[in-house]
Design a protein around this ligand. Sequence first.
Ligand code: URA
Length: 486
Amino acid sequence: MTETCFLEGRGELREWRDAARRFLLAGIEPQHIDWRLRSEAQGLFDDDPSDTRDLAVTNPDRQIHVPPAFLKLADAVVCHSDPGRFALLYRLLYRLLQDRHLLDVKSDVDVVSAYKMQKSIGRDYHKMTAFVRFKELPLAPGVAGRRRFFAWFEPDHFIVARVAPFFQRRFTDMDWIIATPKGSASWDGDSLRTTTGPATKPDVKDDTEELWRTYYASIFNPARLKVKMMMTEMPKKYWKNLPEADLIPGLIAGAEASVIDMARRQASEPLPFHHRLQEAAARVPAMPAPTAGTIDALREEARHCSRCDLHCRATQTVFGEGPADARVMIVGEQPGDHEDLAGHPFVGPAGRVFDNALSLAGIERHRLYVTNAVKHFKYEPRGKRRIHQRPNMGEVQQCRWWLTQEIDLVKPRLIVAMGATALFSLIDRKDRLDDVRGRPIRMDAERTLFVTVHPSYLLRIPDEGRKAQELGRFHDDMAHVARLAS
Ligand code: URA
């Protein structure tokens, strides 16, 4: 005789576990259970034909002990959308009670299927953390309160309750709701709620969409484009809910032309005035004692800096820029190829990531004083290209001469170190960036330090999902900076 068991099947381990325990105590073998989803049974049976509570308990003393690895596996597998998952789990459970080491048999068909399902739950989780895009909901006129956001996402599996704590940690200081056809989650600053019912996609638009599009277009690097890898990382099925997705075909199509154009425009050689600058620098015999009383005078002095050898190959000094009394100073590592030619900090690809993070955080760049730990571009010529090289400790120490004076003259209340070089330059210690990242640190009575990653680090992350996550963290840091600066 076959027992039928109806479950909601929405990723709740307890639901399956309770039923499975009753079947085990009643001594029912896997082939005699028909596991069904209640949603599929609607209309077929008005009355639930089975209730596992009515099962005769034939073996009440049976001890059910399973290895912790099975519980972990089952916790993921019940979230899978395959209707066969409950039967598979029961088979495994039944067999595990006879062979405790079953999960180590990597060629076993049931074991393989379960681990495959677990893997696809992990993938779905990862995609949801990377591809959820929040849209801001307007507050009622005249109503003050926390900002409210909404996101629509279509996961493959019943993972909403599993992923919700991730979003709670990441977006603690805003109210949000994530709706999906497989349940929803919401956070109001106090409690995290999840539901399992399917939601329908509403039509919500806001300015953030345009920002995401601008952002994506600016970080898209045609030279690094690998279409196949990109499609694996960002499968097409997610595109319909990503505001930036409709840009992708055009960007891919234009990539080849862009690469050729980039190669043509590649900052391959210093500008023609490079030699004149070098000759002028060579004529300065030694560094004068600091005399500059203003930031403009200091900038002028720094044009002739020869404190270390980096000036010999760089086109020019790239000094800090911004209001002479800015409340916030941003410190990067050193000018890159574009900055070296333009003479301004953060105007290349890293600058675009930086600018986008600022606009998402509502910070106006023209209010910041933006500078670098090292003021000359350090590179290694490779063919026609100039490849960025990290400045060494000696170079950073020499250049601290300038940074210290910039800080003394501008007197910022908040200094933001982007990356390990900036951090070292500011505190003269090699602290691990992760240990100090993301929280205000008192430097002295007047100044606070805040540490985050360097935008170039984000550009170098090859995995699209991880890159999106790290960008999210960087945006959070900038939102934190905005709050500290206000
Ligand atoms: N990276 C930096 O640290 N500074 C710049 O100005 C540009 C790239």
